[in-house]
Design a protein around this ligand. Structure first.
Ligand SMILES: Nc1ncnc2c1ncn2[C@@H]1O[C@H](COP(=O)(O)OP(=O)(O)O)[C@@H](O)[C@H]1O
Ligand SMILES: [Mg+2]
Length: 280
């Protein structure tokens, strides 16, 4: 089977299902149109796509934080383990087991590392807080070393780790990561990839939004590419890798310039036509 165009794979055991989701901001901007996505139990699903494709909007819709950005779900539904969550408020969604690490880290800069983690743990059942904290400090020993330091004084990489650690303190079933590698040095990007794999090995499903396709597709078992609010491609990462064209376009790293990005977008359109011939 080739990489399918705009289709969803159906799994009997999905932790999260997004069906035909349409989202707008204000009156005019349709940020997502008929987007469907499944996260199989225990999977890492990569969501790729350029700036403005709708990646953050998708995560906000899942975590219920869309309203904080004046966004509205116009159509579609989102279910967590078969139960609808698209009408719930963000706090209830966190308690149901879904937590988002927003774009740009957003740690509480004036608070200490320990207090940031404590704040993340407030959503967890009291008896789950100590094990969650142990897991986080195990994953990120640097946070134990810096526990008394103000979060705003940490390096970018450390802030990203704190941001992920704070989210894990709520003991989630599903972790939503919005471009965790953004602005980090290559060594740290690799480290973030390893950490995502480790978190997943411990039993947490992950939706990994990335512009760094190389890292994301190394860690993920499934991937979807968003283009201007629609799913342009979806499949397993093996299917992505089996397609030479897709491998070159989406596994090959970043466009060096806007001109190159345009050239690559043209090539992507051509390859999609080829792919739809295969699958159609
Ligand atoms: N708060 C907002 N108000 C109005 N438009 C927004 C808002 N956030 C995002 N958008 C628009 O929605 C589209 C998708 O944005 P976004 O989800 O942030 O994309 P991505 O994360 O893939 O870069 C873009 O056209 C963007 O300009
Ligand atoms: Mg974004």
């Amino acid at each position: 089977m080739g990489v399918s165009c705009g289709c969803v794979e159906r799994h009997d055991h999905a932790v999260l299902t997004v069906t035909d989701l349409t989202v707008r901001y204000g009156r005019a901007v349709h940020a997502l149109q008929g987007v469907s996505l499944e996260v199989p139990d225990g999977a890492v699903v990569a969501v790729l796509g350029g700036n403005g494709a709708g990646k953050s909007t998708l995560l906000r819709a899942i975590s219920g934080t869309l309203r904080l950005h004046r966004g509205t779900i116009d159509a579609g539904e989102i279910t967590l383990q078969g139960r609808r969550i698209d009408q719930l408020d963000p706090a209830t969604i966190v308690r149901s087991g879904v937590v988002q690490v927003p774009e740009g880290r957003q740690v509480f800069a004036q608070m200490t590392v320990a207090d940031n983690l404590r704040a993340g743990g407030l959503a967890a059942a009291p008896e789950r807080r100590a094990p969650a904290r142990e897991r986080v400090l195990d994953l990120f020993p640097v946070l134990a070393q810096r526990r008394g330091q103000r979060a705003g004084l940490l390096s970018g990489g450390e802030q990203q780790m704190l941001s992920i650690g704070r989210a894990l303190m709520s003991d989630p079933k599903l972790l939503l990561l919005d471009e965790p590698s953004l602005g980090l040095a290559p060594r740290l990007v690799t480290r973030i990839g390893e950490i995502v794999a480790e978190i997943n090995d411990q039993g947490t499903a992950v939706v990994l939004v990335e512009q760094n396709a190389t890292m994301a597709l190394r860690v993920a078992g499934h991937a979807a590419v968003l283009e201007v609010g629609r799913v342009a491609l979806a499949g397993t990462t093996e299917q992505f890798a089996d397609s030479d064209e897709i491998a070159r376009l989406y596994l090959g790293g970043h466009a060096e310039s806007e001109e190159q990005a345009r050239v690559e977008a043209d090539r992507a359109a051509t390859s999609r036509r080829t792919l739809s011939r295969w699958s159609g």
